[in-house]
Structure formats: C-alpha cells, structure tokens
Ligand binder design. Structure first.
Ligand code: AHR
Length: 320
C-alpha cells in the first residue's frame, strides 16, 4: 500500500513541497526525469519548461528532484527502471559514476536521454543522446567578449579570477576549457585564481569575499560560470568599495532576467546565454525513441551574447 501510494505520488510528479500536477489523460508515453535540484533560477526555469512541454505533448512525467545529490539521482533512475517507464531522462550533476545504473537501464531495454549535462562512461552507447547547451562554445564566447573589451579599452594587463560551477560537471569543465583555450597566448591575460562556487549564490558571495581578501583591487575581471554566483559576488565587490562593471569587468553565463536587469544597471558587462528551454526537444526526442526512430546524438540549442556592446533595453523578457 505504501509502495502504491509512493508510485502514484511519483507518477504525479509531486514530491514534498512541490505542486500536485494533474495526471495527463491518455498519455502517449511515460517519461521518468531526474532533475539535479533547484540551485538556480536557470534550474527552476528548466524544470518548469519540462513540466509544461510534457503537458503540451501529452507525456506523463515522473519527475524527481535529487536535491543536488548524485546518489538521489541514481536511486531515482532505479525507481524508473522498476516502474518500467518508456524512456528515462536525467541531468547528471557530475560526469562520472553512472556506468552501473546506465547498464541496468540498458539491460531493462529503456533508452536514456541526457538533458543539459553529459556523462563520461567506460562503455560507449549507454545513452541515446544529449540535449543541452554547447558549454565549450559558451566559454569561447565569454572570452571573445573579454578580448574585444580589452581591445576597446586599450588594456595592457588583465588579472582574471574565475568562479567555477560544480566541480566535475560538464558546464564547469567545458566553460573553463573554452575560456582558457581562447585567451591562451594573449599575453595581456593572467588567471589569478579559479575557485569552486558550485553554481550557488551563497558560494558566489563566499568565493568573492575570499578572492577580494587575497587580491583586492588587483582583480580586473570576474569570470563567473553562472548568474547565481555572479549575483552573489556583486554585493561583495560593492562592500569592498569597488564598482562592478567599471573597476572590474564582470562576465556571467545563463542570461536569466535578474542578471539582465543588473546588466542594464551597468554592474555586469556581459552575459552569455544558456537557455533552460530544453523541454520541447526532450519530448520530441523521447517520442521518437519510443517509436523506435533514430535520434541525433547531440542536440544543441542556439545561444547568444548580451553585453554592454549593445543597447540592453532591446533585450526581450527572458522568462526565467
Ligand atoms: O548545467 C547548466 C547550469 O546549471 C547553469 O548554468 C546553472 O545556472 C545551473 O545550475
């Protein structure tokens, strides 16, 4: 009885503290989705988009929130297998440690879609595809903005601090690699320190305090891997008596509404877009897999850069 009640709760996508969703009538497919958590406006927007698109496509969604823990994601995937869903999707918090559970899904004959982030497995072919941003390209776009800014201001030395996302996650690895590869060889650029901010606003503030203690006004550039950490860092820069966007060049990634508003105030110089709106691609891909059709192995959305090089008032409302 307890198990039955639990399965009904999971099938409705309603966990503790979440809104109860009406079950989809006559669903076309049962999709189990393990979300990382709710660490950022981006993540909350991503969950909302997936829920909305599931309804649009008449997909019954079993949504589980892992509260930032890999073991919770592994347990959720095992429940989806036991429940015999048609397709499993998940956003892996980190890249490593998925081989066993993915082998279990493969043995059960359930295709797996990676949403937002990628995995690194010993065996190939354990997942059908990945739907998410080109994080390497985002790092390149952030660095290209910085090179243009340095040229425009005629700067000869730039001391950079990097606040990174969750260690060993795909966006952390790729946003760092794309940025570093692009500035490599430019003698104006020096990295003072890279520090792990875990994609959290509170950690962004802590990291910035620690960086200011170590380097003070020597810092010329803050490259932050997401808006949440940037929004945590900015008040710390102000408390230190410095002006973000003027005394320091601030570069962020995501493009949520709050960061765009701060860009309009001039306290952020550049925001590279990372769209959380992956739900439509997810539903279409899951339906194709259920029908036994081939799918693209990698699906990247198109993304843009918002910066002080353009009129920020022309930026349309972001929706997340
Ligand atoms: O994986 C995407 C990243 O995860 C987003 O940049 C960040 O805001 C989120 O938490």
């Amino acid at each position: 009885m307890i198990l039955f009640a639990l399965l009904i709760a999971v099938a409705c996508g309603c966990g503790k503290g979440e809104d109860k969703k009406e079950p989809v009538n006559d669903p076309k497919l049962l999709l189990g989705f393990s979300q990382i958590g709710a660490e950022s406006a981006w993540r909350i927007g991503n969950t909302r988009d997936i829920e909305e698109q599931a309804e649009n496509y008449r997909v019954s969604l079993m949504l589980e929130n892992a509260n930032q823990k890999q073991e919770n994601q592994i347990a959720a995937i095992r429940r989806f297998i036991a429940y015999k869903v048609d397709v499993i999707a998940f956003s892996p918090i980190v890249e490593d440690g998925w081989d066993n559970v993915l082998l279990e899904a493969q043995k059960a004959g359930i295709p797996v879609i990676l949403v937002d982030r990628d995995v690194s497995t010993e065996q190939e072919g354990l997942t059908a595809c990945v739907i998410g941003a080109d994080f390497y390209r985002e790092g390149v776009m952030a660095a290209e903005y910085l090179l243009r800014k340095a040229d425009a201001l005629g700067l000869e030395t730039l001391h950079i601090v990097e606040i990174t996302g969750t260690e060993n996650s795909t966006p952390m690895r790729q946003r760092q690699a794309g940025f570093m590869d692009t500035i490599a060889g430019d003698e104006r650029m020096t990295i003072l320190e890279s520090i792990d901010g875990d994609f959290l606003k509170s950690r962004g503030a802590e990291c910035m305090r620690s960086l200011l203690e170590s380097y003070g006004d020597e810092i010329d550039v803050v490259y932050s891997h997401n808006d949440e950490m940037t929004l945590g860092a900015i008040p710390e820069i102000e408390k230190a008596g410095l002006i973000p966007g003027k005394d320091m060049i601030i570069i962020s990634i995501d493009g949520g509404q709050k960061a765009i508003d701060v860009l309009k105030e001039g306290k952020i110089n550049c925001v590279v877009e990372c769209t959380p709106k992956l739900g439509k691609e997810l539903m279409e891909t899951a339906l194709k897999l259920k029908a036994g059709e081939a799918v693209e192995p990698v699906i990247h959305p198109t993304e843009q850069v918002f910066s002080d090089e353009q009129d920020p008032n022309g930026i349309a409302p972001r929706g997340y």
